[in-house]
Design a protein around this ligand. Structure first.
Ligand SMILES: [Zn+2]
Length: 137
């Protein structure tokens, strides 16, 4: 067994029964990074302290053996941020596909619809409510 295998095995023993990473932990890292960047740009260094505190909380959660409680916290986070997370992922998709598709919002039911770019004048039929409208894509 090589030196690195021994370290890997020791780490696996240390982490067994512990909670590990989850979506809430990932969000805490992102928020902490954003706070660190803001604090270095504004020289408001109290924010760095808060970012570090957030990272420490994230680490304590990862190493926790109370899996049930950590899963519950993560579930609460996922439920409370569902709309925001969905909006962010939708926005990323729009940016990613903006060269291929034109995006429109149905005036009747506010559903977001996409049409391939370069098809010219089209009559769009909303998938949600059947409302029809003309657009240039
Ligand atoms: Zn509609």
């Amino acid at each position: 067994m090589s030196f690195f295998d021994k370290i890997r095995a020791a780490f696996a023993r240390f982490m067994s029964g512990r909670y590990g990473a989850d979506q809430l932990g990932f969000a805490m890292v992102i928020v902490s990074l954003v706070m660190t960047v803001i604090s270095s740009l504004t020289r408001f260094y109290f924010l760095t302290l808060m970012a570090d505190a957030l990272l420490i909380v994230m680490l304590i959660r990862m190493l926790s053996k109370d899996r049930y409680r950590r899963q519950h916290e993560n579930q609460v986070y996922l439920v409370k941020t569902e709309k925001v997370r969905r909006a962010v992922s939708e926005w990323f998709n729009r940016v990613k596909n903006s060269k291929k598709y034109h995006y429109f919002t149905c005036q009747n039911c506010k559903m977001r619809l996409r049409v391939p770019r370069g098809v010219g004048n089209v009559t769009i039929t909303c998938k949600g409510c059947g409302h029809k409208f003309d657009k240039k894509a």
